[in-house]
Design a protein around this ligand. Structure first.
Ligand SMILES: O=C(O)c1ccccc1N[C@@H]1O[C@H](COP(=O)(O)O)[C@@H](O)[C@H]1O
Length: 205
């Protein structure tokens, strides 16, 4: 069986970045959203990325920030991928693609179901489906997705941990999973052993 792709988000230190690289995860996320307990500076993200294997997808997470700023930071840091959490337009995604960036459109489960019912969901976007408050460790009932399986290589997020991810993978079969607060020793501080345990749990599912 093919295991889901794993993204570990909110990395701010070298020991956590090394744990992500060694764990076999497919992507590492850096949060540039002001006010987040995981916010990282351009300089720190640059220094972490230079130590990472080229095979790892490097994702910048942004929330309601101008697209010019997103593009500037992506270029400075050397990101492969941009994850947007609201305020973006379809034209913003087209612009990012034109600049050679991959994208992830983060969307709450409520908005996903609403847009799907209205026939307004862009099916070409790689979706990250989350609860309502990103990075808050909040979960949603995965059975809400079973009637409306998302298109493409979508990513399940929201309150995942090394304890619950295997059961969710078996129940929902997401192509990808994403974790942030569920691999933290305390708010905003990653625990390398929890990162490794999370990836191991996904592989054991
Ligand atoms: O982590 C944050 O503080 C954050 C801030 C702004 C936008 C997104 C943020 N986090 C994203 O939330 C999901 C799920 O996180 P969790 O596992 O429930 O804690 C993840 O994609 C983070 O990138």
């Amino acid at each position: 069986m093919r295991h889901p792709f794993v993204k570990i988000c909110g990395i701010t230190t070298m020991d956590a970045a090394a744990a992500v690289a060694e764990s076999g995860a497919g992507a590492i996320g850096f949060v540039f959203a002001p006010g987040s307990p995981r916010e990282v500076s351009v300089e720190v993200a640059q220094s972490l990325i230079t130590e990472l294997p080229l095979s790892l997808e490097t994702v910048g997470v942004f929330r309601r920030q101008p697209i010019e700023m997103v593009l500037r930071i992506a270029g400075q840091v050397g990101l492969t991928t941009v994850q947007l959490h609201g305020g973006e337009t379809d034209a913003d995604f087209d612009r990012l693609h034109a600049e050679g960036l991959d994208t992830i459109r983060a969307i709450s489960i409520d908005d996903y179901l609403r847009l799907t019912a209205a026939g307004q969901l862009r099916t070409e976007d790689r979706l990250l489906i989350d609860a309502v408050t990103p990075g808050g460790g909040e979960r949603f009932d995965p059975s809400r997705l079973t009637g409306e399986p998302p298109p493409g290589s979508w990513i399940l997020a929201g309150g995942l941990t090394g304890q619950n991810v295997a059961e969710l993978v078996r129940a929902v079969h997401p192509p990808g999973v994403d974790v942030s607060s569920g691999v933290e020793a305390r708010r905003g501080v990653k625990d390398p052993s929890l990162i490794r345990a999370f990836v191991d749990a996904v592989r054991a599912a």
